[in-house]
Design a protein around this ligand. Structure first.
Ligand code: ZN
Ligand code: ZN
Length: 362
């Protein structure tokens, strides 16, 4: 009852900034009835639900920067030189790129001719280790120098040791493709510390993003971790290797998964801070136009693409769908006792955007 009353309070009396009234979800008849009943029973809406609020990140006055944090060149097992790879991303409208060759730091300073105010190269590496023949690949972003891969006595220790190796040089780790050769899952990842980023989509055709045969998808793994209280954000990447010849679904081509980060400027430190604070969305095609969070409400709108149609699901603990909205804008009013709420937008072309979780304050 308290929650329903507060919901009425939010929807009726909150002062939305100009221009976002389109997000205001109309109450259906049942909701109006419940609200009216709540007010009759409780009197004027109280502020009981103030103890149920989102930690609201300040997203104002920031700009979107699109980037890919996982790509290979001829410095490891890619088919094109660092220059060709970087140029592909620059020519396709990306604002930043991290070249991540296996256990090789491909120095962006050698490509400084490509860098300008609209395109940034951030040094990186795919720190590539293994435990009992199962791959443990952790990307290191914004690295000042090469990080040697480390091994461990267990799968958890192997992941942890490589995360630590990246943190020791003040790089930013992201855990890559857990389902690649079914290497590890939520149980292992829940025990790792110091990691904030997990690939929930990887464009390589062999990494089993969707799980199967009883093994969870990357998105399900993510929800298990979030439900357990781990603050980890989901990123989409290309893991591109093939820039030559035919572009086909069985080849490892670029342009499939990326992130769009809210930052005050195109600068490696700002981009890293945005990623680690969850001020971004991951995408395979859907473009988010606006995203706003208040202590009780998430709002977002989608950039329309031709006649494509969109469904937004707001998802909470255990991957439960809390609310569904059709169209190019949607909002969720906090009304349930949840640990987190995230959103996924599904476009009618099969593309998606994953908006990062917002956590409730307790
Ligand atoms: Zn890998
Ligand atoms: Zn890779």
């Amino acid at each position: 009852m308290e929650l329903e009353a507060s919901r009425w309070l939010d929807m009726t009396w909150s002062s939305a900034p100009p221009g976002i009234s389109i997000f205001r979800a109309p109450m259906n008849r049942r909701q109006r009835f419940v609200s009216a009943l709540a007010i009759w029973l409780l009197g004027a809406p109280s502020l009981h639900a103030q103890d149920l609020q989102f930690e609201s990140p300040d997203l104002d006055d920031l700009s979107w920067f699109k980037g890919n944090t996982h790509a290979h060149t001829t410095e490891s097992d890619g088919d094109s030189s660092p220059e060709v790879v970087a140029r592909w991303y620059k020519d396709h409208g990306y604002a930043f790129l991290v070249l991540t060759d296996h256990n090789t730091l491909t120095d962006p300073r050698l490509l400084s001719g490509l860098v300008d105010e609209h395109f940034l190269l951030i040094p990186g590496e795919e720190v590539s280790s293994a435990f009992e023949n199962r791959p443990v690949h952790v990307n290191g972003l914004n690295l000042p120098r090469l990080v040697e891969p480390r091994t461990g006595e267990t799968m958890v220790a192997t992941i942890q040791n490589n995360v630590d190796a990246i943190r020791e040089v003040e790089g930013v780790p992201h855990i890559n493709h857990p389902n690649f050769r079914w290497a590890f899952g939520a149980e292992e990842m829940a025990q790792v510390e110091g990691d904030r980023l997990l690939e929930i989509y990887n464009g390589h055709p062999s990494v089993h993003n969707d799980g199967g045969g009883g093994s969870p998808s990357l998105e399900e793994i993510w929800d298990v971790l979030l439900t357990g209280g781990k603050r980890i954000y989901g990123i989409a990447v290309d893991d591109a290797h093939h820039f030559q010849g035919e572009f086909a679904s069985d080849r490892i081509n670029p342009g499939r998964g990326w992130v769009s980060v809210l930052a005050s400027g195109l600068d490696a430190e700002q981009i890293m801070a945005g990623l680690e604070a969850g001020r971004f969305y991951a995408s395979t095609g859907v473009e988010v136009r606006e995203w706003r969070v208040t202590p009780t409400r998430i709002e977002l709108s989608i950039e329309p693409d031709g006649d494509a149609r969109y469904t937004t699901e707001f998802i909470g603990d255990e991957g439960r769908v809390l609310h569904v909205v059709h169209g190019t804008s949607g909002a969720y009013e906090l009304q349930d006792d949840v640990t987190y709420v995230r959103a996924v937008v599904r476009g009618s072309r099969g593309d998606r955007a994953w908006i990062q979780p917002i956590f409730t304050r307790r």
